[in-house]
Design a protein around this ligand. Structure first.
Ligand code: DGT
Ligand code: MG
Ligand code: MG
Ligand code: MG
Ligand code: MG
Length: 264
């Protein structure tokens, strides 16, 4: 295309390429899901339909963006981890966060009716925000994922106890809140067991640990130095890599030792 006299405006754009050699994590989070989960009557404290819809949408993102090697999600959020050497969109931050968020949202809305009998309403359509965070080494990356999984556990233990008090014991939400003020994990475990006969450790793992999606083989890098043929072959190979869905601990070493290729 010929240059026009308007083209100088391009120089106003900002270089937002992310530091090379770092792990890029893109995290999406549902916007206003407190209200949305009420409108569409999500089961409390956990709605399996909603979680499965999140997981399906995240898998779709991983299928479409081959350099994402792992994803972790719970509640209304998902974190996507890119392979350290990714050159996807030249590591441009805006391109990465907007593409992940948009592919995820499109799949979430498209697949809604597979999981929910009620239709989406135009005044409350699901949408997500998105951010990118960089981690310099596998230590910080693993600590990040541990932080999210610990958060899942803390929230889930609280929510499970809170909703047992409200739905099974008939407390008001205000009183349930008060009853749990200043309690430790051990108190909530004890309360669940003594008052409701619930052994928290027997609650479904998808609720307690969230969901890990992981590519089952190393993803091949697409380098600029490769021929078109080589690029096509690598792309084809990457597209065939399967995604495993787990609800396991990712804080300890076992998960990572079994899959050393994820961190390269
Ligand atoms: P935000 O992210 O600042 O736009 O605001 P929210 O409202 O999305 O808040 P957030 O992301 O901190 O918390 C997620 C909300 O979504 C929380 O109020 C509980 C709700 N939620 C997520 N999953 C479920 C579920 O499976 N069942 C129910 N009942 N609620 C859920
Ligand atoms: Mg948010
Ligand atoms: Mg949210
Ligand atoms: Mg959230
Ligand atoms: Mg375009």
């Amino acid at each position: 295309m010929a240059n026009s006299r308007f083209e100088y405006v391009k120089s106003y754009e900002r270089d937002d390429s992310l530091l090379p050699g770092t792990y890029i994590v893109v995290r999406i989070d549902g916007r206003g899901f407190h209200r949305l989960s009420k409108r569409y009557e999500f089961t409390k404290p956990n709605d399996l339909r909603a979680l499965e819809l999140m997981n399906e949408s995240a898998a779709s993102v991983m299928n479409q963006i081959s350099d994402i090697v792992l994803a972790y999600g719970d509640s209304d959020e998902y974190s996507f981890v890119f392979k350290r050497s990714t050159q996807f969109f030249g590591r441009r931050e805006c391109k990465l966060v907007s593409t992940v968020c948009s592919v995820f949202t499109a799949c979430y809305v498209y697949s809604w009716s597979k999981h929910f009998a009620c239709a989406l309403e135009s005044d409350m359509l699901p949408s997500f925000d998105s951010r990118a965070v960089l981690y310099p080494s596998s230590k910080e990356l693993r600590d990040y994922l541990s932080w999210r999984q610990a958060d899942c556990h803390i929230n889930n233990l609280y929510n499970t106890t809170f909703w047992a008090l409200v739905l099974k014991k008939g407390l008001s939400e205000k009183d349930a809140n008060k009853a749990l003020e200043g309690t430790f994990s051990s108190d909530k475990n004890e309360l669940l067991f003594s008052e409701f006969g619930i052994n928290y450790n027997n609650e479904p793992e998808i609720f307690r640990k969230g969901t890990v999606l992981v590519k089952t083989q190393p993803v091949q890098s697409i380098e600029n130095t490769m021929s078109e043929r080589q690029k096509a072959r690598a792309t084809h190979k990457n597209a065939k890599i399967e995604i495993e869905q787990l609800h396991c601990d990712i804080i300890g070493n076992d998960f990572w030792e079994e899959r050393a290729y994820i961190l390269e």
